[in-house]
Design a protein around this ligand. Structure first.
Ligand SMILES: [Zn+2]
Ligand SMILES: [Zn+2]
Length: 128
């Protein structure tokens, strides 16, 4: 299957990835840079991260939105994607996470929370 890379538009053969192997590698390197910088400078602001790592602001934001960064720049506020409470990292607060991964008694609530999450992601996708 032929695809165009979402980053550089280069045509490549792959069924799963949105990016060509070159950009996937570059992206991973950028991610590691940002992650390492934040590990060493946990009090850094997002613009410091951008200027110190040389990774574009948009890309750093992507990493944050993807919820892959354990430590995020201090001037970035994250909200739980289910209940909207402010959280230190990731996409979901510990309470909702508990409900999502919770016990069988919590299953009904669990389903509800998952539905909310799905709805949210659908909305997000439509915005793009
Ligand atoms: Zn590419
Ligand atoms: Zn929550």
């Amino acid at each position: 299957m032929l695809r165009n890379c979402a980053d550089c538009n280069q045509v490549y053969v792959h069924a799963v990835n949105k990016l060509c192997p070159d950009c996937t590698k570059k992206r991973n390197e950028q991610f590691t840079k940002v992650k390492e910088y934040l590990r060493q400078h946990p009090m850094a602001k997002i613009h410091e991260v951008v200027s110190e790592t040389g990774v574009e602001l948009e890309r750093v934001r992507e990493f944050i939105d993807e919820g892959r960064l354990r430590i995020v720049p201090i001037d970035v506020t994250l909200h739980c994607q289910i209940c909207g409470v402010v959280i230190p990292s990731g996409r979901i607060c510990s309470q909702c996470e508990l409900e999502l991964t919770g016990t069988e008694e919590a299953e009904q609530h669990d389903q509800k929370a998952k539905m909310h999450l799905l709805e949210f992601w659908e909305k997000q996708n439509r915005k793009k």
